[in-house]
Design a protein around this ligand. Structure first.
Ligand SMILES: Nc1nc2c(c(=O)[nH]1)N[C@H]1C(S)=C(S)[C@@H](COP(=O)(O)O)O[C@H]1N2
Ligand SMILES: [Mo]
Length: 465
């Protein structure tokens, strides 16, 4: 579906909810189904990959995380056109076929949500409560963005490149439009991808065209791209000036920080995850085993040069073997042999270093949106004489609180309770969330605000960890 900005604005809230209910954004027949994902939000859909997924160097589409601020749009390839305008010699329109006839480029690169690891911040911050798996490594094929911009005759006055996707905002939420500096746009490792892992780009990942901003956090990887505008000044849309920003210097944990006082999220930071053994699992004492994982870094990193592993909670470290594909933007697999000397509980840690010399911290500076978590990963395992066949403890009986009819009418119009339930915020933070939702079109009667705040703080207030 290709909808111009003015048409988008004309959509009423009721029309949008009707579209959502009708399942607009249903799967392409060819889209692989998601498997074993942690559901962070059902509507709109946010899916996280479990830690076991890091066993793969290239993340299969079935396990690739999904993050959408809105409901997924369906794009009709027959009428699809990519419009390039702004600071160019002449605006152009390209069909998917036109793009596929241009010289192609392929690269392996990690896309990681800026908020991956958000749930680990103390004090808690609002937003999808990702743990480890808001990240994946893909093989992306498409055209170089630079080639498309040159085809339109990009002018020297170009300062930024703004992308618009076919997705429509929910209610009065600002449309998801994001810009990148001209320098990043002209980088040969910035693509407009139409293929992922050798398949047409799946609908959930941006069919038919998405930005691949290699080495940058995923918020710069706009999906469902229909419009590119070359601008001669910084783009001031909400998703640039009111989101994806973090303080340049340490701030008081828990404080509300003015957006103007923060700078945009860009390059990813060096990070490593232990994919095996898994947290809480058992290994055999006295028997050789292998610790596996992946490491990655951003475009300022230059690739992974070293991964060190500790089996004693960080007292001593050994160097792991680096293995597999070597794209400086991709997952670098690593492994190390280990024979647990005795029956004991072991604290495994993995810490990566990149070519720039950057390494991972043990404690993270807090930031108000919970971006850029890259604390050294730690996994606890038990070395035992004989491994117990998996004994699954009965799931604790969970009774979820029941929201009032007013609360449902105001909040569940756009999303489910799961999006709220995972967050643990103070009354002040919930207050700011309600105010944001009201700005985005949620209908909250003034009389209901305090009752909603009571419900949210009583049920979803900060809890001990
Ligand atoms: N058009 C559009 N592009 C988007 C988004 C969006 O909501 N709309 N979400 C962004 C964010 S925040 C992330 S983390 C990634 C997620 O990409 P994935 O779902 O393919 O993993 O897409 C980015 N691109
Ligand atoms: Mo994200």
């Amino acid at each position: 579906m290709r909808i111009s900005l003015t048409e988008k604005a004309a959509f009423s809230r009721r029309q949008l909810f009707a579209l959502a209910a009708a399942g607009v954004g249903a799967l392409n027949a060819a889209d692989p189904e998601k498997r074993d994902m942690i559901v962070r939000s059902t509507r709109p859909e946010d899916l996280e990959m479990p830690v076991s997924g890091f066993a793969d160097n290239i993340t299969p589409i079935e396990h690739f995380f999904v993050r959408t601020h809105v409901y997924v749009p369906t794009v009709d390839v027959a009428t699809y056109r990519l419009k390039v305008e702004g600071e160019v010699a002449a605006p152009i329109e390209l069909s998917l076929g036109d793009l596929q006839h241009m010289p192609s480029a392929e690269l392996i690169a990690v896309t990681e949500c800026a908020g991956n690891g958000r749930s680990f911040y103390e004090p808690y911050v609002p937003g999808a409560q990702w743990q480890y798996g808001g990240v994946g490594n893909g093989r992306w094929k498409g055209v170089r963005l630079a080639d498309v911009l040159k085809r339109a005759g990009i002018k020297p006055s170009a300062m930024e490149v703004v992308f618009d996707g076919a997705d429509m905002p929910i209610g009065a939420m600002p449309d998801f439009q994001r810009s990148i500096p001209a320098k990043k746009a002209l980088d040969p490792n910035t693509l407009l991808a139409y293929e992922m892992n050798g398949q047409p780009l799946p609908v959930k990942h941006g069919f038919p065209l998405r930005v691949v901003a290699a080495g940058w956090a995923s918020d710069s990887w706009t999906k469902w791209v229909t419009g590119i505008k070359v601008a001669n000044k910084p783009f001031d849309g909400f998703w640039m000036t009111g989101s994806y920003r973090r303080p340049a210097t340490p701030v008081t944990p828990g404080a509300a920080i003015a957006m103007e006082a923060m700078e945009p999220v860009t390059s990813l930071k060096v990070k490593s995850i232990i994919s095996s053994p898994l947290e809480g699992s058992q290994v055999e004492a006295g028997k050789p085993t292998v610790i596996h994982g992946v490491a990655w870094t951003g475009d300022t990193g230059g690739g992974i040069t070293n991964v060190e592993v500790s089996v004693d909670g960080g007292r001593t470290w050994r160097q792991a073997r680096l293995e597999g594909q070597t794209s400086p933007f991709g997952f670098r697999s690593w492994s190390i042999n280990w024979t647990p000397a005795r029956e004991s509980y072991f604290n495994l840690m993995a810490r990566a270093t990149d070519k720039s010399g950057a390494s991972q911290p043990f404690v993270q500076e807090w930031n108000p949106s919970g971006y850029g978590w890259n604390v050294t990963h730690r996994v606890g395992v038990s070395a035992v004489k004989t491994i117990n066949p998996a004994t699954t403890a009965p799931a604790p009986a969970v009774t979820n609180p029941t929201p009032s009819a007013q609360f449902k009418a105001s909040c569940h119009a756009c999303h489910e309770e799961d999006l709220i339930r995972q967050q643990r915020l103070t009354r002040a933070q919930w207050g700011r969330e309600i105010d944001k939702m009201v700005r985005w079109g949620a209908q909250v009667k003034p009389d209901d605000r305090e009752t909603f705040l009571d419900y949210l703080t009583n049920n979803y207030g900060p809890r001990p960890r």
